[in-house]
Design a protein. Structure first.
Length: 243
């Protein structure tokens, strides 16, 4: 009886051993599953961090709390500083005046005929007084005719037409004001025929520009054609054209 009882006790102890092993296996399996899940979560977190870091690095000036900004539109095209400058206007004469610095009133009575110098008709003309010598009878050192242009213009050539005069001396000048002060001389000549042309020198490869074209007479030509022999010097200017 006693041995049987001992055998029963041994059987009960054996059964208890199997229960412990089963629980231990389940606990081990649980730990493995938890470890696998944690590993997957860790891998997902690393992938997400790398992806986010890549987007931040590709965004200039991105930082904590930075908000996305709209891309600025491309600036509109602006004219290049290398673009060629607009060419100066063609000269258009709009007026003419007489300038006698040494004697402002000399020949003033004939100013009404000055516009005929610009009328395009070579048969009409402006005439000065006639003098006993080629230096205005000693009354003035010079007399200038000042052609005003509509605006600052390119000046390439100046043509002067006159009647009955030979010799004399005059210069052609360009200026921004209707005065001889600061004027640029471009030609000097006397009369050898009814018309004279003066090409204007270019400046740095470009046409010279001016607002006023001035013809300054310092010696009068000798006139012909039945005039009184005592007063043979004077001016008969038919046209001054500027191109």
């Amino acid at each position: 009886m006693s041995g049987g009882s001992g055998g029963g006790e041994n059987y009960e102890e054996y059964d208890d051993g199997e229960d412990d092993d089963s629980s231990s296996g389940r606990r081990t399996m649980g730990r493995v599953l938890v470890g696998a899940v944690l590993t997957l979560v860790l891998v997902a977190a690393v992938v997400l961090s790398v992806s986010t870091l890549g987007r931040v690095e590709n965004t200039p000036e991105a930082g904590p709390g930075a908000e996305p900004t709209a891309t600025a539109p491309a600036p509109a095209d602006t004219p290049s500083s290398d673009a060629p400058e607009q060419a100066a206007a063609a000269p258009v004469p709009v007026g003419i005046s007489r300038l006698v610095p040494g004697n402002p009133g000399l020949d003033a009575e004939n100013d009404g005929a000055l516009p005929q110098i610009l009328d395009g008709n070579a048969a009409t003309y402006w005439s000065s007084y006639v003098y006993a010598n080629d230096t205005f009878g000693g009354l003035a050192p010079n007399l200038a005719l000042v052609v005003e242009l509509e605006e600052e213009s390119a000046v390439n050539k100046i043509d002067i037409s006159q009647l009955n005069g030979t010799g004399g001396s005059f210069s052609v000048l360009l200026n921004d004001t209707p005065t001889l002060d600061g004027a640029t001389p471009v030609a000097e000549s006397g009369f050898t025929g009814p018309s004279t042309s003066f090409p204007v020198p270019r400046v740095d490869g470009e046409a010279a520009t001016a607002k006023y074209v001035i013809v300054n007479f310092t010696q009068l030509p000798r006139l012909s054609g039945g005039l009184q022999a005592a007063y043979p010097w004077g001016l008969r200017i038919a046209e001054i054209s500027v191109s």
